[in-house]
Design a protein around this ligand. Sequence first.
Ligand code: AMP
Ligand code: GLY
Length: 423
Amino acid sequence: MNILLLGNGGRESALAWKIKQSNKVNDLYVAPGNAGTHLIANNINLSATDFPSIKEFVLNNSIDMVVVGPEEPLVKGIYDFFINDEEIKNIPVIGPSKLGAELEGSKDFAKQFMVRHNIPTAKYKSFTLSQLDDAYHFLEELEAPYVLKADGLAAGKGVLIINDIEEAKRELKEMLSGMFGDASKTVVIEEFLSGIECSVFVLTDGESYKILPVAKDYKRIGEGDTGLNTGGMGAVSPVSFADKSFMEKVEQRIVIPTIEGLKKDNITYKGFIFLGLIEVKGEPMVIEYNVRMGDPETEVVMLRIKSDFVSLLEGVATKNLKDKVLEIDDRYAVTVMLVSGGYPGSYEKDKEMTGLDQVHDSILFHAGTKLSENKVLTNGGRVIAISSYGKTKDDALSLSFKNADKILFDKKYYRKDIGFDLK
Ligand code: AMP
Ligand code: GLY
């Protein structure tokens, strides 16, 4: 079969790597892709949100399945675009319907869903600017720190955690007045939860589900989890605290009620559900839903899936996922992200990368790279993920760190303490 994968990050590089391993695949196209996907697939110069051009490409190239990497096309309704078009309605899109994508597209929608289906999450209320006084009162009822979340998509920047109540009130007013444009016209105010986080990924055809390997990502720029939030500086899988008994609770209290809730609410969902979880005194609670795979978690999760991934995706498309087998690799997988100096603030691009051919015993997943006259140049904040296997977490990490030193570009930075907090 021929597959079109949408997106251009490290996540898509890892998805492309795994999809290519399937002997069911003839041609794999990535739109728009990056310098890494160029090595294993055909990059197509199309935006992942240009639906009419995607349709034309799909028809002209006999595409049998579309796999959606990032959230934006999903929130903009690519699933519905296909289903509602006679010419392409039989070509499966791996991802939720537009309504299902609201689990990520609207934090208020996600919170209402969790409350309706008894899924454990932080206490909350949502407000608009006309309810400012009520919002201030709600803040006063909570204890510091205060968690303010823009309702809509805000490129990962829409969550503020503030210690001082007066500052929280000021920021709240700014948010409601358009700090994040329309995304913060509604703000979710939430109780602060204290604990350690992990990411659980569920693949579902809307009826049954498979729980993919659990991962932990490292979001802060600085070692010891300090400094600004980034898209993710590295990841490990498995996660020591997410043991059998924890994962049993996740399945019973979160995964099953989520799948059942989608069914009860008549929400069409054939794709990935990303549960951003926090362990509070041994109990899992949901911090957020995303409707896609995580980045950089995908760069470790794909290493640990032994089964034919395309066969699993076919199970999603044809609603027979329950008949498919998901076999997991027992080894550890880790990834270390090399980033441009200055990221997540301003940084320079177009730095030549060398040493890529010196890397052994790790798998490189390009994130922000591009090709120019046969040179690989940096093209983003997160540049390349270095993923490795190991019998232990430390074995895997030492391979990734060894290779991190071999890849050179001006102002390269990476965290040397990925996995530091886990057994
Ligand atoms: P989100 O975009 O909802 O994932 O939030 C970004 C990050 O903010 C999360 O990964 C958490 O580290 C933190 N966060 C969000 N909500 C809460 C909460 N209720 N309590 C504590 N930390 C939170
Ligand atoms: N690594 C977190 C995310 O993909 O949102």
